[in-house]
Design a protein around this ligand. Structure first.
Ligand code: SAM
Length: 193
C-alpha cells in the first residue's frame, strides 16, 4: 500500500490546505520561514486572492520574496517583517480571513536560536481565531523535540482544548508509533452557529 496520506504533519497540512482553500480567499501564513507554505497558499488563492505572511527574520522574508517573484506569485502576497503576535495591527476582521497556518519552532537550515515562543504564539493564536471567518480553518504544527518546543506545544494544546466546543472544533493529529518526537499538528475549525 502506498505510504501517502499519513506521511508527516507538513504533508497533512498541505492536503488540508488543498481541500479547504478556494480561489479568491484571504489567508495567513504566520511563520513564513523559507516560504514553502506561503507559495502553496499563493497558488491556491489564485490571482484574486491574498496571502499575508509574517516572519520576524528579515532573511526569511527576503528569501521568500525572491522565490515568490520567480514564480510570479508576489502580487498576491503581502510579506510582513513583524511578529505574528502583532497580527491585528496589520489585518482587520473585514478582510474575511478563511485560513491561518502556523509552523512553529525554528528554520531547519537557519539560526536555531530564533524560535517561536509560547507567549507570542498564544497571542497570535487568539488574534487569528478572532479574525477568522465562521467556517474558517486554523492549523498549527508544533515541534516537541527542541528546547522549549514541548512546553510551547503543551501550552498550545491547553489553549486549544479549552476552546468552547460550540464555537470551535479542534483536532490533534499525532503519530503515536514514531520515535524522535515527531511534529504534532493541531487543527481548529471555527464553527458556523
Ligand atoms: N513554514 C516555513 C516554511 O515553509 O519554510 C517554516 C517556518 S519555521 C519552522 C518557523 C519560522 O517562524 C522561522 O522562520 C522564524 O523566524 C519564525 N518566527 C519565530 N517567531 C516568530 C514570530 N513571533 N512571528 C512570526 N514569525 C516568527
Amino acid at each position: 500500500m502506498d505510504y501517502k496520506y499519513f506521511k508527516n504533519a507538513v504533508e497533512i497540512t498541505k492536503m488540508i490546505m488543498e481541500k479547504t482553500i478556494s480561489p479568491g480567499n484571504t489567508v495567513i501564513d504566520c511563520t513564513v520561514g523559507k516560504g514553502n507554505d506561503t507559495i502553496n497558499l499563493a497558488k491556491l488563492v489564485g490571482p484574486h486572492g491574498r496571502v499575508y505572511g509574517f516572519d520576524i527574520q528579515k532573511t526569511a522574508i527576503k528569501l521568500s520574496e525572491e522565490k515568490l517573484k520567480n514564480e510570479n506569485l508576489l502580487e498576491r502576497v503581502i510579506l510582513i517583517n513583524d511578529g505574528h503576535e502583532n497580527l491585528s495591527k496589520h489585518i482587520s476582521v473585514s478582510e474575511n480571513v478563511s485560513f491561518v497556518v502556523f509552523n512553529l519552532g525554528y528554520l531547519p537550515e537557519g539560526d536555531h536560536s530564533i524560535i517561536t515562543k509560547t507567549e507570542t504564539t498564544l497571542i497570535a493564536l487568539k488574534e487569528s481565531l478572532s479574525i477568522l471567518v465562521h467556517g474558517g480553518i486554523l492549523l498549527v504544527t508544533c515541534y516537541p523535540g527542541h528546547d522549549g518546543g514541548r512546553e510551547e506545544m503543551e501550552n498550545v494544546e491547553k489553549f486549544l482544548l479549552n476552546l468552547n466546543q460550540k464555537e470551535y472544533s479542534t483536532l490533534k493529529f499525532q503519530f503515536i508509533n514514531q520515535i524522535n518526537n515527531p511534529p504534532i499538528l493541531y487543527g481548529v475549525e471555527k464553527n458556523n452557529y
